[in-house]
Design a protein around this ligand. Structure first.
Ligand code: SAH
Ligand code: SF4
Ligand code: F3S
Length: 463
């Protein structure tokens, strides 16, 4: 599956509908997950390759893109309210495009909801962005890029902000069918990217100065299952990436319990540049809820992986996603989730109230607990997660950790970066010449932790 080169066009050479020079400044507003953040980087890359220039302010942009999320109803509401604002400030003759998962889910309905929108583009159609913009600027009204046939997986050139860390897509789409989730319908079936493409992109990133990469995929640990006929492809990929000289840290997200393997745990244990952090969504601590969610595993199966990870990789951080108030959730089932959070000693968790999504299997069910019950459950769960997480932070006080510097502020002498376990630390650095650069590792003594974060003092610049 070798993707062909996306079409190259020069956006600056043509006349636009208004007769003005062709749109050449652009602004992207991004909602949603890391994949969407990276999709915006890819769209920026394509636009810049075509001669367009990014601007900080939407008022100055001739092309405005709103890269949307639709995972919960709130995500839709946020995107729609932003569209309402951007619609009013768009330039005469400019282009307003809606991209991302909400664009894909709503399709042409969005043209009815916000008639000022010129162009729709789903996450799988990013490679077609420039030709579709061309169609819009040659006067075609309401160009709908969500109805195009699904192209092969594509990874257009991404434009990333300068820094030490970068996202790299290894897999797109999702073949699972969790009853509550829109992602399979917005991002299409699961596709894995060829190994050599991934390795080349990472080598190029290291040459540009990036020192940490995060591999992205909806079920990243199931990478290559389809293409390479079976398990094992992901841990082999990690081992190959580990050989790239100059790369200091490897992360990946999101993993799925069903796609876990002993070989992956062994690889995480034996290859030191793979960071000791796994984001492994549990969703619920109740087998009956997991079954209704169609997650494909039981709590006992999750327990197997949690125990193995804690035993084999001491100090590993285990984080998760949880949904409360799913269809038919009883108080007892909710309490099972609270007990699981305690048992698995999650270092952190994203938790949400279930939001019914059109076109998902669970949408038709109307057995959700009353809203006020779910709100209370979420509050209780979040209080528990926060207290566990603060306790872990508190236990770090006095310890020495390695931090990869992401930002350095010479004014305050503070470096911001993360521990191997993905904890954010603000480090006071004084008396070092030269000071640390983004991408340097520093040894830090943790002095304090509070709700506002973890603070420490540098004791050595490792480099
Ligand atoms: N592929 C990943 C998750 C992608 S979506 C996985 O399977 O774990 C990120 C998170 O959003 C999910 O883990 C889930 O907790 C949450 N989520 C997805 N659909 C939701 C819905 N309809 N209502 C509430 N939360 C939802
Ligand atoms: Fe959604 Fe489930 Fe796929 Fe994750 S695995 S993206 S929750 S369908
Ligand atoms: Fe991400 Fe939201 Fe789509 S979470 S995959 S942008 S629905």
């Amino acid at each position: 599956m070798i993707p062909s080169e996306p079409e190259k066009l020069n956006l600056n050479t043509k006349e636009s509908r208004s007769g003005a020079p062709h749109p050449k400044t652009f602004f992207i507003k991004t909602f949603g997950c890391q994949m969407n953040v990276h999709d915006s980087e890819r769209m920026s890359g394509l636009l810049m390759d075509s001669g367009a220039i990014p601007v900080e302010n939407p008022e100055e942009a001739e092309i405005i893109l709103v890269n949307t999320c639709t995972i919960r109803d709130k995500a839709d509401q946020k995107a729609l309210s932003d569209l309402g604002r951007l619609r009013r400030i768009r330039k005469e003759g400019g282009i307003l495009a809606v991209t991302g998962c909400m664009a894909q889910r709503e399709g042409e309905e969005l043209f009815r909801m916000v008639p000022d929108v010129d162009l729709l583009l789903g996450p799988s159609q990013i490679r077609n962005l420039i030709p579709l913009i061309e169609r819009t600027s040659s006067g075609e009204k309401h160009v709908d890029g969500t109805v195009l046939p699904l192209p092969e997986m594509t990874t257009p050139p991404a434009f990333r902000p300068e820094g030490a860390t970068a996202f790299v897509t290894v897999q797109e789409g999702c073949d699972k069918a969790c009853a509550y989730c829109v992602v399979p319908s917005t991002r299409g079936p699961e596709r894995s990217r060829p190994v050599e493409d991934i390795l080349q992109e990472i080598r190029d990133l290291v040459n540009l100065g990036y020192r940490e990469i995060t591999l992205l995929g909806q079920n990243v640990n199931g990478y290559g299952k389809k293409e390479m006929n079976g398990n094992g492809a992901f841990f082999t990929l990690l081992q190959k990436i580990h050989e790239i000289p100059g790369l200091k840290r490897i992360r990946f997200t999101t993993s799925h319990p069903v796609d876990m393997s002993e070989a992956l745990v062994e690889t995480m244990k034996s290859f030191p540049r793979i960071m000791p952090h796994l984001h492994l969504p549990l969703q619920s601590g109740s087998d009956s809820v997991l079954c209704r969610m169609r997650r494909g595993y039981t709590v006992e199966e999750y327990r197997y992986w949690a125990k193995l990870l804690r035993r084999e990789i001491p100090g590993i951080s285990l984080t998760t996603d949880l949904i409360v108030g799913f269809c038919g959730e009883t108080e007892e089932e909710f309490l099972e989730t609270c007990r699981a959070v305690e048992e698995f000693r999650f270092d952190g968790a994203f938790s949400f109230i279930y939001s019914p999504r059109p076109s998902t299997p669970a949408y038709a069910l109307d057995t959700m607990p009353p809203r006020d019950v779910s709100v209370k459950r979420l509050e209780r769960l979040q209080a528990q997660i926060e207290s566990q997480s603060s306790e872990i932070n508190r236990l770090m006080e006095g310890s020495i950790v390695e931090v990869l510097v992401e930002k350095w502020d010479p004014e305050t002498g503070v470096a911001i970066g993360r521990t191997p376990q993905f904890r954010n630390v603000k480090t006071k650095v004084s008396g070092y010449t030269p000071p640390p650069f983004p991408g340097d590792l520093i040894s830090v003594r943790i002095e304090s932790s509070s709700k506002t974060g973890i603070r420490g003092t540098a004791i050595r610049i490792i480099g």
